[in-house]
Design a protein around this ligand. Structure first.
Ligand code: 5MM
Length: 341
């Protein structure tokens, strides 16, 4: 492993003014997104949609540091035969790959999940590196509910995240470590804070045990945020203040950067929260975005599967990418949202 090179890639992924496009929806998830805009999900429609994003030259060259791809996409070519990975590289962004293989029910822990995909991961990473991937992603899912999460779920998921991260670094690939505490449910922000603290502490303990080099990774956490059905939702300032406090308590300064997931927040909420955190300043790591839904909901709607809407889809994507890029520097203002082209 060359740690200096891993660190260089990790720092590039969290360059201030840029962030990560999470376009790694598995076939089931992208079908749900396409159902919502009444587009049939086929290999071709998924390719056309993602090609539209990756050919958004302003967004990709100015605001996007890297793209997380799904296995199908990394092997796909654009309509003109250019590999989609090449389009990403030509824009100056770094190609990345989701390598987990989804979740399975966790035995003895009703309602809880464990992320799988470690078998043959070393061989898969080698192929992804040859294709151009310089970072990877693995997502653990922790749900909050009555009696959950159990320490069992937190522990097995943290162990798997660390196993994945160590294998990535051995393959000269920067791991994005994503332990996601879901915002489904009616819990308040303090419950989310407590659970996320347990999850992050356990994750960093496992990363240390398994000798993962913190300088060569990026953390992708949820924010400390109220559950979607919580009767009293925390304000933007409270989310920012509590998330920063939580991360300072749990994330070592050796980690180059933190790229948040959006987790079901509205587009504008996800931007406002990131912006408010960066306005606090004085942080030991870079804070940016690695959004899926909060970057893609608008372009999906604008595109709606029609070739004549490609320019509109690209405008919508560029706008959201620019808003989040500003937020990654603490320079976003709500008034800018109204100036959409
Ligand atoms: C884009 O969604 C990703 C893939 O999800 P599935 O494996 O369930 O299809 C997801 O891992 C994503 O990268 C993160 O959860 C962040 O996405 P959001 O939409 O929460 O910003």
């Amino acid at each position: 492993m060359n740690l200096a090179d891993l660190n260089k890639v990790a720092l590039a992924m969290v360059t201030p003014g840029k962030g990560i496009l999470a376009a790694d929806e598995s076939s089931g998830t992208i079908k749900k997104r396409f159902d919502a805009i009444k587009v049939e999900s086929t290999e071709e429609s998924r390719r056309d949609y993602r090609e539209m994003l990756f050919r958004s030259s302003e967004a990709m060259s100015k605001y996007v540091s890297g793209v997380i791809l799904y296995d199908e996409t990394i092997w796909q070519n654009a309509k003109d035969g250019t590999p989609l990975v090449k389009l990403i590289e030509q824009s100056g962004a770094i190609p990345g790959i989701k390598v987990d293989e989804g979740t399975q029910a966790l035995p003895q822990c009703p309602g809880e999940l464990v992320t799988v995909g470690l078998d043959k991961l070393a061989e898969r990473l080698k192929k992804y590196y040859e294709r151009g991937a310089r970072f990877a992603k693995w997502r653990a899912v922790i749900d909050i509910g009555s009696g959950i999460p159990t320490m069992t779920a937190i522990s097995v998921n943290a162990h798997a995240l660390a196993r994945y991260a160590a294998l990535c670094q051995a393959a000269q690939i920067v791991p994005i470590v994503e332990p996601e505490v879901l915002m489904d449910g009616d819990h308040d922000i303090d419950r989310c804070y407590d659970v996320t603290q347990r999850v992050l502490n356990k994750t960093f303990q496992e990363l240390r045990i398994q000798r993962v080099e913190l300088e060569g990774m990026v953390l992708k956490p949820n924010m400390a945020i109220s559950g979607k059905k919580c009767a009293k939702r925390a304000s933007v300032d409270e989310v920012a203040e509590k998330t920063v406090r939580l991360l300072k308590a749990c994330v070592p300064a050796a980690v180059p950067g933190i790229a948040f997931l959006s987790g079901g927040q509205s587009d504008e909420e996800a931007t406002a929260h990131l912006d408010a955190m960066n306005r606090i300043g004085g942080l030991p790591w870079k804070l940016t975005f690695s959004y899926g839904r909060a970057l893609q909901a608008a372009p999906q709607k604008a595109w709606s599967g029609k070739a004549e809407n490609i320019a509109a889809g690209q405008r919508a994507f560029t706008h959201r990418a620019q808003m989040n890029a500003l937020a990654s520097k603490g320079e976003w203002e709500t008034g800018l949202e109204k100036k959409v082209a």
